[in-house]
Ligand binder design. Structure first.
Ligand SMILES: [Zn+2]
Length: 234
């Protein structure tokens, strides 16, 4: 199981690592990585691997294999390092940081619309959440509410609790389609001081002010009681 450094520090863009496996499809598995691997509607990070001799290899979007390892796809024909080799990996920070800002903004959207979340996606320019929500909320009111929360510049922190503690507090699970990864004995809770507390394994900014201006661009009807709310950087 790959060590996920973004869980402890989402601002870490580079790390030394050791190659522990090569996949048949030409992917690299490292002992640890700073790359977020595709999950919960957020795409995997891309970046660069640097070998000891200075040769650089572009890495495609990181993804999980079936055993909780992060696989970094390399281009066909790349001179891949051998298992055991020490390398350095660096992620493409710009798109990742935009996703961190958007991801955190979606937490706020779930505060502004306290209804069950049934799906979501996080991109560099926009994000969306689907809600079980019978009424259509007002776009501009929502945008104003988000701006109000972002202006508080509240800190975003995380901590770990046991599976048992989570099961004893089922109200913490807002995002029904993205169940927190249980079974490892502990679950990560993300708290936006005074506003939000929910299990999440994703990458967030440290303070709400970093999100910047966002606006609700569209609210679509996806079913009898389902609404898709789209958010973009203003
Ligand atoms: Zn999150």
């Amino acid at each position: 199981m790959t060590g996920l450094l973004f869980r402890a520090d989402a601002y870490l863009a580079e790390t030394p690592a050791t190659v522990v496996g090569l996949t048949e499809a030409g992917g690299l598995v490292l002992d640890r990585t700073v790359f977020y691997a595709a999950a919960g509607g957020q795409p995997g990070d891309t970046g660069t691997l640097r070998r000891a001799d200075g040769v650089e290899i572009a890495l495609g979007p990181a993804a999980y294999d079936g055993e909780r390892n992060v696989v970094h796809p390399a281009p066909p024909g790349a001179a891949l390092p051998a298992v055991g080799e020490a390398v350095t990996v660096r992620l493409d920070w710009e798109p990742r940081y935009r996703r961190m800002r958007m991801h955190t903004a979606l937490h706020l959207l779930s505060v502004a619309l306290p209804f069950p979340v049934t799906g979501g996606a996080i991109g560099e320019a926009e994000g969306r959440l689907d809600f079980d929500l019978p009424e259509v909320p007002d776009k501009d009111e929502l945008t104003a509410r988000l701006a109000e929360m972002i202006a508080t510049d509240a800190p975003v922190t995380d901590r770990w609790i046991t599976d048992e503690e989570l099961l004893a507090n089922p109200g913490l699970v807002k995002t029904m389609s993205v169940r927190p990864p249980m079974g490892t004995g502990r679950v990560r809770l993300v708290e936006i001081a005074g506003l939000d507390l929910q299990p999440c394994g994703g990458t967030h900014v440290r303070r709400l002010g970093e999100i910047g201006a966002v606006r609700v661009t569209r609210i679509e009807k996806k079913g009898q009681i389902n609404r898709r709310v789209r958010l973009a950087f203003a």
